[in-house]
Design a binder for this molecule. Sequence first.
Ligand code: C2E
Ligand code: CA
Ligand code: CA
Ligand code: CA
Length: 277
Amino acid sequence: AKQDGRNNFRFFTQEMQARSGRHLELVNALRYALERDQLQVVYQPQIELQSGRVLGVEALLRWHHPEMGSVSPAEFIPVAEETGLILAIGEWVLRTAVSQIQSWHERGWNTLSVAVNLSAIQFRHTDLPGTVSQILRESRLAASFLELELTEGVAMIDPPGAIAIMNDLHQRGVRMAIDDFGTGYSSLSYLKKFKVSKLKIDQTFVRDIGSDPEDKAIISAVISMARSLGMRTIAEGVETEEQTAFLRAHQCDEVQGYFFARPLSAGQFEQFMQDHT
Ligand code: C2E
Ligand code: CA
Ligand code: CA
Ligand code: CA
């Protein structure tokens, strides 16, 4: 047992060193990612279940480093947050996504909207409404085509502060969605005060639709609650026909997932639209 203990200790130490080595590497590399053109925004279609129409896209960030290869946002977003780099990167994502949508509007796909993910840091430490308005003005895109996604956690850190920012954005015409809904602990009374137009049902519930009756019950409860509060619902991580059928039967408004389309480069998305309209 003593031997095991020592081995374990050594193992964990090595793992921690490896982790901090990787961590340092990410911190250093991320500083240059923007200026060296290593970041890319991809777009995953969001489809209205009733009509089959593509209503919009979610903008998702990608990082391709010349040596490390592709680094997942799940790994580098936390690093971007802790270094503060998320402010510049997040603003770049907003500007890129908004100007891409505007150019798709000019091309005739003029009902498409774009959902952009916001980190807690962006939400709390900048003049977010001012920045958003400026970016929309630059691209001459109407605010109603932009939706900002934030998690329950972001809103619940400081509910009065969050409500003030959301009111401001709402007054400017920007829509808001709660991401990963069901995984946090937002209270229903706050949900009503947040100026949220859409709930995104987390993919962990969607994933087990075929096997877990509780997840089915949660999804149908969320959909009817959203409806009674006047909010739309979108299910994410939809991968199968069976999940789609369940969501349709329970009148979920929109779906997003590999069953319909993966996150696509701008060029791939244009091809997708040509094939689907
Ligand atoms: P998220 O906002 O919940 O995004 C959904 C994730 O699910 C994306 O992962 C997407 O590629 C993936 N996904 C879509 N359809 C399916 C499906 O059918 N099955 C499965 N298994 N997965 C699916 P991705 O792109 O790796 O992003 C991971 C997370 O990183 C995002 O989760 C979001 O929290 C964060 N993120 C991505 N882009 C940004 C960004 O521009 N800003 C901020 N702050 N966070 C971002
Ligand atoms: Ca999201
Ligand atoms: Ca999500
Ligand atoms: Ca489950």
